[in-house]
Design a protein around this ligand. Structure first.
Ligand code: NAD
Length: 426
């Protein structure tokens, strides 16, 4: 499957992402009883850079793009976060995404802060050579801010492993020696990690398993519906099926397919590789896209775009667990409806953190110039996800709050503790 898909690019941007992120922070600050000073520190990005990125087109014309890199917080370690190429990227969206990275890294106890970058460009309209020049110029403009000990990039919407190889090369050539630790999500040939491509999905399945265990059931006992059959959704379907779950429905932007007895996931992956969509898979019935969200299944995994579970359709959700493979698939209104109905939501900053966990492993390997086996990586990932789930679940029990509120409280507290322990300079 291609890394950059048209739906990535057509995806509506999360409305008011920064307002949502700030409201979530305010809720956690309130729950923790922090004062205004701490709130202001946590709400304000530590550093931001805004750069002009001129591009010489293949036909000789020049175009100019705006690029950003935001380090929301670096108190627990270097900034960590993706680089997004999307026409709707703006500094507020990047600020929100950087803040979420801070909380995500803190939930899974990585020694990182949160950062994010973006260039307001639609990569579908540019050649590979043009995208390489944009990437290299952007990297060069933000060079003073990044580095393996400062701020580590990774792919996001509109960028891929190849983009990371260009960032790494540009940074390395300018420093005079090879520095693979400046990015993660690189191709294996230049220091990428085994297991990175499936890490997010594996983390989704691990956290699902942890949530099921609390209810004294297991992966081989449940039915699953997955919205989105891309990097996260398709790999999650395969891993769920391997674990004995019955994956009864999946969708992509073109439609959904359903089979009560369980889909042949391997056959479906081959069908998607051949045709580009889940639609038309012979061994399943077609299903309305929206109907997938209301199916009578045990586990619903939104793994497509943001805001898909909202006040309108949340009352129809019949799953008992919603595990957020996507970032921000559930609106705050829907969260309230689902909580009232006893649906357990495993929140994005916990459920989809497997990707950044293996990014961390990739960075550790790069810093040591020593490479781990796939078995080692998957074992450590499973351990880390279980540890994070247990910590969040404990806070949820102690405070009698949802897993989302617990994950936010836990991560905000960890970051605030780092601030307090380090003290204020000067
Ligand atoms: P992707 O582009 O590979 O896949 C997205 C899938 O969603 C595609 O199958 C697409 O057809 C489908 N889709 C789009 N709109 C849809 C709709 N309205 N209904 C049903 N399906 C729809 O993207 P991805 O990397 O799998 O990312 C999916 C989500 O997971 C995003 O929110 C992303 O931010 C989040 N995420 C991804 C990673 C990662 O490692 N890839 C890590 C953390 C979070």
């Amino acid at each position: 499957m291609p890394d950059v898909t048209p739906d990535d690019l057509a995806a509506p941007q999360r409305p008011g992402a920064l307002a949502t992120a700030q409201a979530q922070l305010a809720g956690a600050v309130d729950a923790l009883g922090y004062g205004e000073g701490m709130h202001a520190m946590l709400a304000t990005p530590r550093r931001e850079i805004n750069v002009a990125v001129p591009l010489r087109r293949d036909d000789g014309r020049t175009e100019l793009f705006h690029g950003f890199r935001v380090q929301h917080n670096v108190s627990r370690g270097p900034g960590k976060g993706g680089l997004r190429f999307h026409p709707a990227v703006d500094v507020d969206e990047v600020r929100a995404l950087a803040m979420w990275m801070t909380w995500k890294c803190a939930v899974v106890e990585l020694p990182y802060g949160g950062a994010k970058g973006g260039v307001a460009i639609d990569p579908r309209h540019y050649s590979r050579a043009e995208l390489e020049r944009v990437t290299r110029r952007y990297t060069s403009e933000i060079m003073p801010m990044i580095g393996p000990e400062r701020d580590i990039m990774a792919p996001d919407v509109g960028t891929d492993a190849g983009t990371m190889a260009w960032v790494m090369d540009t940074y390395s050539v300018n420093r005079g020696y090879t520095i693979p630790g400046v990015v993660t999500g690189k191709p294996l040939e230049v220091g990428g990690s085994k297991g990175r491509a499936t890490a997010t999905s594996r983390g989704v399945v691990h956290t699902t398993e942890a949530a099921l265990r609390e209810a004294r059931t297991g992966l081989d006992q449940v039915t699953v519906a997955i919205q989105g059959f891309g990097k996260v959704g398709a790999n999650a379907a395969v891993i769920f099926a391997d674990a004995g779950s019955r994956v009864v429905a999946v969708s992509d932007q073109y439609g959904a397919v359903h089979r009560d007895g369980g889909l042949d996931v391997t056959g479906l992956v081959e069908h998607v590789e051949r045709t580009g969509s889940v639609v038309g898979f012979a061994e399943a019935d077609p299903l309305d896209n929206e109907a997938l969200l209301a199916l009578e299944v045990d586990v619903l995994v939104p793994a497509a775009v943001e805001g898909v579970l909202n006040a309108d359709n949340a009352p129809d959700v019949r799953a008992r667990w919603v595990v957020e493979g996507a970032n921000g698939p559930t609106t705050p209104d829907a969260d309230t409806v689902l909580a009232d109905r006893g649906v357990v939501v495993v929140p994005d900053i916990l459920a989809n953190a497997g990707g950044v966990v293996v990014s961390y492993f990739e960075w550790v390997q790069a810093q040591q110039a020593y490479w781990w086996t796939l078995a080692e990586i998957e074992h450590r990932l499973a351990e880390r996800m279980q540890m994070a789930y247990d910590a969040v679940a404990q806070v949820a029990r102690e405070r009698d709050v949802s897993l989302r509120d617990a994950a936010l409280v836990l991560s905000v507290q960890r970051v605030a503790e780092a601030h307090r322990t380090r003290g204020l300079y000067p």
